[in-house]
Design a protein around this ligand. Structure first.
Ligand code: C6P
Length: 411
């Protein structure tokens, strides 16, 4: 893949920030959008805007066809068996909340256990904590080694006959560590538990095959994979989705709402998945534009995406460690088990100072605790700076970043 060719498709990369060419290294937060995605949004509102599944007129039918085609393509993208297993949500956060409420409220009781890891984004901790306070089950936390890798022995030893679901991020948004979800899914199933994977940082960067890994739920966000904000996906195995109650009530998620003769009772039957979980008018345009994002990634090939990011990560980490004196890089030294995410600190400076200084030079990085405080506790840090790469980043940009880091060290 040629990042220089790819850059031509991203209008925003022509911008200058503070007089410098934009270097966008905050891709784990959200990615930039190619012309094809921007064009799909314009085309939808200029030519096809109508509500989905609700009318027989041409615009509604066109919108429905485009929207449902996205569902089919996404099913193929993650190798789901059936497009009914693809539920459109706002993003990873809503997808996990959907499972915690919809599945958790009717399947978890006092005495049951939910297993999560300490490297999770808050989105995969907080919903389970909230629902546990309502239902009385226990949430157990699996340990992470000092270098940010998962303690598999601890995770696996925490499964008991009471474990009902294991929840794990495929890739950490802080360290970029890639977890072996297939291995954990196997152990979960041996204990009769389900496996939920937070794919927010993996689906945009590598091939994720839900059937090969045999996972029960997968959550991911469109905006982290070239798509618009406000659209994401929950994948769930069909037999599970069929048994689950809806998450929200409203239009589209019902088959029938009927009153008894005396108008005293209301009878409601649910629609089939996926629509059972899509109450109200969805983000139609977002879904359709996400289809373009998926097509764009598929054209490059997910293996190429990962290879490019790993190349940049190895190049950047090596330079940060050899050319800088006050920079500390966190995460495992074994870079082949990582995605394109580099957490670091500069001795004597807060992460926000580092990020602001980079911004002066047109370099966008993230600072703070990245909604993953437990992992920062493992690293014994209040916060960290984070550079994260994607398909349009180049070695020259990394070189410029290193020059700026060296200037920061002089502060
Ligand atoms: N991480 C980051 O800068 P939403 O906001 O719903 O699209 O995604 C939430 C989420 C869940 N899991 C993981 C592993 C994530 O990385 C994120 C989002 C961003 O790291 C914003 S905090």
């Amino acid at each position: 893949m040629d990042p220089y060719r790819i850059r031509e498709d991203f209008p925003i990369l022509k911008r200058k920030i503070n007089g410098n060419p934009l270097i966008y290294f905050d891709n784990a937060a959200t990615t930039q959008k190619p012309r094809q995605v921007i064009e799909a949004i314009r085309d939808f509102y200029e030519n096809h805007n109508g509500n989905v599944h609700r009318a027989v007129h041409t615009l509604s039918l066109e919108a429905t066809e485009l929207y449902e085609k996205t569902r089919e393509n996404i099913a193929r993208f993650i190798n789901a068996k059936n497009s009914a297993e693809i539920i459109f949500v706002r993003g990873t956060t809503e997808a996990i909340n959907l499972v915690a409420y919809s599945w958790g409220m009717s399947n978890l009781e006092k005495g049951d256990e939910v297993l999560v890891s300490l490297m999770e984004h808050h989105s995969n901790i907080v919903p389970w904590d909230i629902v546990s306070k309502i239902k009385g089950f226990t949430v157990k936390y699996a340990k992470v080694h000092d270098d940010g890798t998962l303690d598999y022995a601890d995770f696996e030893s925490k499964f008991t006959s009471k474990t009902k679901i294991a929840c794990l991020s495929h890739v950490s948004n802080v360290s970029g560590v890639v977890n072996d979800i297939k291995r954990i899914a196997k152990v979960a199933h041996e204990h009769g538990a389900l496996m939920l994977v937070d794919g927010a940082q993996s689906v945009p960067h590598m091939k994720v095959d839900v059937r090969e890994a045999d996972i029960d739920f997968l959550a991911f966000s469109g905006h982290k994979m070239l798509g618009p904000t406000g659209i994401g996906v929950l994948y769930g195995k069909k037999d599970l989705l069929e048994k689950m109650n809806p998450f929200q009530g409203g239009g589209e998620m019902i088959k029938e709402v009927a009153f008894s003769q005396d108008k005293e009772r209301c009878y409601i039957s649910w629609n089939d998945p996926p629509w059972k979980f899509e109450a109200g008018t969805p983000n139609i345009c977002g879904g359709i534009a996400l289809n373009e994002a998926v097509k764009y990634l598929e054209q490059i090939g997910m293996d190429e995406v990962l290879k490019h990011e790993r190349m940049l990560t190895e190049y950047a980490v090596e330079k940060m460690q050899t050319c800088c004196n006050k920079v500390a890089v966190y995460g495992p030294s074994e870079l082949t088990s990582k995605c394109g995410i580099i957490p670091f600190t500069v001795d004597g400076l807060s992460s926000h100072d580092v990020a602001l200084f980079c911004d002066n030079y047109g370099i966008m990085i993230r600072s703070g605790f990245h909604c993953a405080q437990p992992l920062h506790q493992v690293f014994k840090l209040q916060s960290s700076a984070r550079a994260s790469f994607y398909i349009y980043n180049t070695r020259e940009e990394v070189d410029r970043f290193i020059e700026v880091l060296k200037e920061i060290e002089q502060l």
